[in-house]
Design a protein around this ligand. Structure first.
Ligand code: NAD
Ligand code: DAU
Length: 332
């Protein structure tokens, strides 16, 4: 039985990965999570205790990390400050966790010679024009725009340096925008779904022409497991499911699926430095490792996500008012 350490496993994508691993493998999972505002233990309810344990702590705590690395075979690193809007308001935690935290984990991976997979984002590549025929590939130069994406780019470069200089057995993946259950209500899709549930009109930044390349979180998890099992050490893999949509289309679809008029939303103040378009070419992952997404249809995945938020109001209700007060203070 492989023993995995999953950092950030109480967050959105990390918790989806823990559920996926426990369902599809025999692995044992230890989650290390600081339980920041974004971590929620309820996302890990009802897991088999003999195959799962939880440690509350900071990835930048070298002594804690050292002890945990000595007990596992491989590490999947999701923990991060993840929200662009927060990084524009207060960048410091992004440096502490995304840079110093990743450095701390890499030093432990080096000392204990552990397999390390680093989770990153397509935002490290900056943005594309709406009519650009090209998509991001593993060869696209780094050009991050926000404090969040620049700290993720920095963490990727640390991983590459630790592979080359110290022989750390690491891989990196850069994924596009995820949707699905357990996503914090600060993010675009859950914010709009929970607004509609509360009878509040969705909020679209600027004109709503910005394009994101949507992938279901469970497809992200299957891709990460594939890379962990079969990825080549030192390589980077882009993860995407050909799901480009502009924000206006997504809001209109949410409203339609929730039985509201498609135009019942408001335009609000745009995000500073707002990236225009992300688009992933995942040919390398599909060709070299044989991965395929399972959720082909965004509309049915979105409908299932809406049902999840309707059925799990207890999971998100306590954080909604605080999030909306933050956005209101910024005219969003
Ligand atoms: P999230 O904000 O939902 O979860 C982050 C988790 O990390 C939380 O549980 C939080 O408590 C934990 N955490 C934060 N700082 C920590 C620290 N110092 N020590 C230990 N735990 C800490 O984020 P997410 O959306 O699930 O993203 C997870 C990872 O995936 C991030 O690395 C992010 O860059 C990457 N990613 C996200 C997306 C997306 O669409 N959300 C897409 C591609 C890549
Ligand atoms: O591309 C991967 C990235 O996707 C991850 O690295 C990040 O961790 C993740 O948060 C996400 O970043 P985005 O900034 O793209 O996601 P967000 O959900 O914040 O916003 C998605 C789009 O929707 C973006 O163009 C901004 C817009 N938006 C967002 C909110 C919260 C709105 O129009 N209205 C909103 O209320």
């Amino acid at each position: 039985m492989r023993r995995l350490l999953v950092t950030g496993g109480a967050g959105f994508i990390g918790s989806n990965f823990v559920h996926h691993v426990l369902e599809h493998t025999d692995d044992h999972v230890t989650v290390l999570d600081k339980l920041t505002y974004a971590g929620n233990l309820a996302s890990l309810d009802n897991l088999p205790r003999e195959r799962f344990d939880f440690v509350e702590g900071d990835i930048a705590d070298a002594a804690l990390v050292d002890g945990l690395f000595s007990r596992v075979d491989a590490v999947v690193h999701y923990a991060a400050e993840s929200h662009n809007d927060n990084s524009l308001h207060d960048p410091r935690p992004f440096l502490d966790t995304n840079i110093i935290g990743t450095y701390t984990l890499l030093e432990a991976a080096r000392k204990h010679d552990r397999r390390f997979h680093h989770i990153s984002t397509d935002e490290v590549y900056g943005d594309l024009e709406l009519d650009d025929p090209d998509r991001f590939t593993e060869q696209t130069p780094y050009n991050p725009s926000s404090p969040y994406s620049s700290t993720k780019a920095g963490s990727d470069l640390l991983v590459r340096a630790w592979v080359r200089s110290f022989g750390v057995n690491a891989t990196i993946s850069n994924c596009s925008n995820n949707y699905g259950p357990y996503q914090h209500v600060e993010k675009f899709i859950p914010r709009q779904i929970t607004n509609v549930i509360r009878g509040v009109r969705p909020r679209l930044y600027g004109a709503g022409e910005n394009v994101r390349d949507w992938i279901h979180a469970d497809d992200h998890s299957s891709a990460v497991l594939t890379i962990l099992d079969r990825g080549e050490i030192g390589e980077t893999y882009l993860i995407g499911a050909d799901g480009e949509k502009n924000n206006k289309e997504v809001v209109e679809l949410i409203l339609e699926l929730m039985g509201e008029p498609r135009d019942a939303y408001d335009h609000v103040t745009d995000r500073a430095g707002h990236d225009l378009r992300y688009a992933i070419d995942s040919t390398k992952l599909r060709t070299d490792l044989g991965w395929q997404p399972a959720y082909g249809d965004f509309e049915s995945g979105l409908a299932a996500t809406i049902r999840w938020y309707r059925d799990n109001e207890d999971w998100w209700a306590a954080t909604k008012d605080h999030v909306e007060a933050f956005y209101a203070s910024k005219g969003q």
